[in-house]
Ligand binder design. Structure first.
Ligand code: APR
Length: 417
């Protein structure tokens, strides 16, 4: 395997000062030397990895393009599966989510023929989600990483990585610089630079569906995650916090978020959620609206030389089954174990198997997410297969309603990986 077998660099001995810009950086307390693990990106993947490594005494440096305020306020996912909760708990990172997270084990499919309610927390392996907004998790992870003595630089944009040498080049307010890692973790999300340093084309799919992702400053309207299937398009409802609810609306790919006024959003949600037949939505100011194109991409391999990809950098998954953050935490844990084994015991087995361990799990999640996408979205009116696809969708829901085995299978895939 191609990971370096160099003796572990001592942090002090390996400090190298290069250009005059580097000297200035050193004077100002900036880093220009070698660390054992350089982590690109302070999202869930990079921060979970950094936290676990720091707890084991590994020298780490996280480089994050955006500001601390930005990453701690970026509202994204919120549903953590059992595996994620276990990883976070085992590594002392679950204080906030155990205090403020809410257990969630019910989802509803609402159609013109009624509702199908699945108490998935009592199906399958009897496992539920914990709802904990991602920005709160990221805030906790930044604080604990710094408490553990981790080095984290905000406002540093990595420009390229050399997987052979572990050299990471970046730009920050001082100009250009570089740092070398014995290992480099590419945790820079779905549009980052590190994935470009890994050869091979990712397997991609454009699902041909776009959502308007809405955050509303309003309490949840229903007790459960609700998926509304409607000929005008999908609408979704997901709890986030006591006064924050996530809604999704299927929209045209070229829609501008600004074209969706608050009134238009609540009208469309009400229609697709069939509030006339159920109960009204609890409305509130819309605090965020952005268009999400449902796309998937899975790297063909997750390692090249000293570089390892994790999280969205390894695999971009549509939000239809809330898997993105859970996959990020899964990969971060495996990678942390692999790196620690090499550094502490010179044991390369886990690290050498990193791609082989993670890729099948990623593909299982992609498969389930793809199944959800097919279920949730109405074929367009000009789709020649419209009748066939609508009937298939109905058969899928019938199967979920009538078959306990299917319900158990759904529950296992929905909460687990
Ligand atoms: N240099 C430094 N940092 C970068 C660069 C770069 N060139 N490019 C991106 N980043 C940072 C981003 O600013 C972001 O903070 O990398 C971080 C990546 O974080 P996420 O996008 O959250 O990705 P990840 O940690 O893999 O988590 C994936 O969490 O946010 C959800 O929907 C997402 O569910 C998915 C999961």
């Amino acid at each position: 395997m191609a990971v370096s077998a160099d003796p572990l660099p001592s942090r002090v001995a390996d400090r190298q000062i290069g250009t005059s810009t580097d000297t200035r950086r050193q004077e100002e307390g900036e880093l220009t030397d070698q660390v054992r693990v350089v982590i690109v990106g302070a999202g869930p993947a990079g921060l979970v990895l950094g936290n676990i490594l720091r707890a084991r005494g590994v020298d780490t440096l996280v480089l994050e393009r955006n500001s601390r305020e930005y990453v701690q306020n970026r509202a994204r996912a919120g549903f953590l599966g059992v595996h994620s909760v276990r990883v976070l708990t085992e590594h002392g990172l679950a204080g906030g989510l155990l205090r403020a997270g809410r257990s969630h084990g019910t989802c509803v499919f609402r159609t013109g023929e009624g509702e199908l309610t699945l108490y998935y927390g009592q199906l399958g392996r009897g496992e539920s989600h914990v709802v904990y907004p991602q920005q709160d998790l990221v805030t906790d992870l930044v604080a604990s990483y710094l408490d553990r003595g981790g080095e984290l630089r905000f406002g540093v944009a990595v420009t390229d990585v050399d997987p052979a040498t572990g050299t990471v080049r970046y730009r920050d307010s001082f100009g250009a610089g570089e740092v070398t890692g014995r290992f480099v973790a590419g945790c820079d999300g779905g549009h980052g630079v590190t994935r470009q340093a890994v050869p091979g084309r990712p397997a991609t799919r454009d699902h041909g569906v776009s959502w308007l992702a809405v955050l509303a400053a309003a309490p949840q309207s229903m007790a459960a995650v609700t998926y509304a299937l409607h000929d005008r398009g999908f609408a979704g409802h997901m709890a986030r916090g006591p006064q924050v609810t996530r809604y999704y609306l299927q929209v045209q790919a070229d829609d501008e978020p600004s074209a969706w006024t608050e009134e238009r959003i609540w009208t469309a949600l009400g229609e697709r959620m069939r509030v006339g037949e159920y109960w009204p939505l609890r409305t509130g100011p819309v605090t965020e609206r952005r268009i999400v194109h449902l796309r998937s991409a899975v790297a063909s391999r997750l390692q090249h030389g000293r570089l390892f990809l994790a999280g969205d950098a390894a695999s971009l998954i549509s939000p239809s089954a809330a898997k993105g953050a859970n996959l990020a935490i899964m990969a971060a844990e495996v990678l942390a174990r692999g790196i620690t084994d090499v550094l502490t015991r010179d044991d390369e087995r886990v690290l050498a198997a990193y791609s082989r361990t993670c890729l099948p799990r990623i593909w299982r999640a992609q498969e389930f997410s793809h199944w959800m996408i097919e279920l949730l979205h109405a074929p367009a009116g000009d789709d020649p297969d419209i009748g066939f696809r609508r009937s298939l969708r109905r058969a899928r829901l019938d199967s979920l309603r009538d078959s306990r085995a299917h319900q158990d299978f759904f529950a296992e895939n929905y909460v687990g990986i």
